[in-house]
Design a protein around this ligand. Structure first.
Ligand code: BTN
Length: 254
C-alpha cells in the first residue's frame, strides 16, 4: 500500500472518516482536541509522520521514528457509561492486528500496554473532556505503535521496547497497518454502540491477571496478586491487608 490514499476506511461506519495526515505536529492528541473544540465529527483520525512532543501516560515522552512508526489519535464521542470501554476495545483491536501480523503471542498488560516477549510494542492514551460530571464532550484516543524502529538505537527504551519489523525481520507498511487497525476498531466500536460490553473479553486477554505484581502510582506501591478487574476495568489485587482496587498505575510482574 505505502500510500495514504489507498486506505479503505470509507467502508467503515465511523472510524477514519476522514483521516488527516500531518507531516509534523507537537502531538496528535492536541490536534484532535483543537478540532473537536471547533466541532469536528466523531471518527476523525489524525496521523502524524512526526510528533515533536508525543506523550504517553503520566506525561512521559513517547518516542517514535519519524515517518516510520505509527502515531495517531481518534476523536470519539461515547456516552459516559461507555467511556471506560474505549481503552478495552482499542487494546483488543491492537492485539488482534499484531497477532495476525507477527503470528506470535501478544500480551495486554493492564491497563493498556501491548507487549511482545515482555517488550512494549504499543501504547494507548485516552484523554477525555467532560462538560459535566457525567457528560462526555469528547474523548481522544492516542495510539502509538512501533512499526520499524530499531530498539537498539533508541536511547532510553533500548531494553524495554520492540517493533514489528524487529520481530518479523522485514519493514512494515505503515498505511497497511493503519488501515487494518482502523477497520478492527470500527467493528469493535460499532459493537459497543450497539450494546456489546467488552469487559469479559478484555479481562480474559489481560496477561496481568493471576500474577504476583507490584503497582506503582506516584509514591504509592502495592504488592499482591492480580485477581481480576471490576465492571469498569479497575484492577483488583489481593494483598496481605485484603483486597484493593487500583484505578491507575504502572504494573510490574514480580
Ligand atoms: C503510553 O503507553 O503511555 C501511551 C502512549 C501513547 C502515544 C500516542 S502516539 C499518538 C498520540 N499522540 C501522543 O502524543 N500520544 C499518543
Amino acid at each position: 500500500m505505502s500510500d495514504i490514499t489507498q486506505l479503505t476506511t470509507y467502508n467503515n461506519k465511523l472510524i477514519g472518516r476522514p483521516v488527516l495526515n500531518l507531516l509534523t505536529t507537537s502531538s496528535t492528541m492536541d490536534e484532535a482536541k483543537e478540532l473537536a473544540q471547533t466541532g469536528a465529527r466523531e471518527g476523525l483520525v489524525i496521523v502524524a509522520d512526526n510528533q515533536t512532543k508525543g506523550r504517553g501516560r503520566f506525561d512521559r515522552e513517547w518516542l517514535a521514528l519519524p515517518g516510520q512508526d505509527l502515531t495517531f489519535s481518534i476523536l470519539l464521542k461515547p456516552n459516559f457509561k461507555k467511556l471506560h470501554m474505549l481503552n478495552m476495545i482499542i487494546s483488543i483491536a491492537i492485539q488482534d492486528m499484531l497477532t495476525r501480523l507477527t503470528e506470535g503471542t501478544v500480551d495486554i498488560k493492564w491497563p493498556n500496554d501491548v507487549l511482545i516477549a515482555g517488550r512494549k510494542i504499543s501504547g494507548i492514551l485516552v484523554e477525555s473532556v467532560l462538560s459535566s460530571a457525567n457528560t462526555v464532550d469528547f474523548a481522544v484516543v492516542g495510539i502509538g505503535i512501533n512499526l520499524n524502529l530499531d530498539p537498539a538505537v533508541m536511547e532510553g527504551i533500548e531494553d524495554s521496547a520492540t517493533s514489528i519489523s524487529h520481530i518479523i525481520g522485514k519493514p512494515v507498511d505503515k498505511y497497511e497497518v493503519l488501515d487494518n487497525l482502523l477497520n478492527l476498531i470500527d467493528e469493535r466500536y460499532q459493537a459497543v454502540l450497539l450494546g456489546y460490553n467488552p469487559r469479559g473479553d478484555w479481562s480474559s486477554r489481560l496477561s496481568t491477571i493471576g500474577n504476583r505484581i507490584r503497582v506503582s502510582n506516584g509514591s504509592d506501591t502495592i504488592i499482591g496478586k492480580a485477581i481480576g478487574v471490576d465492571s469498569v476495568g479497575n484492577l483488583i489485587i489481593q494483598t496481605e491487608q485484603g483486597t484493593i482496587t487500583v484505578t491507575s498505575g504502572d504494573v510490574t510482574v514480580i
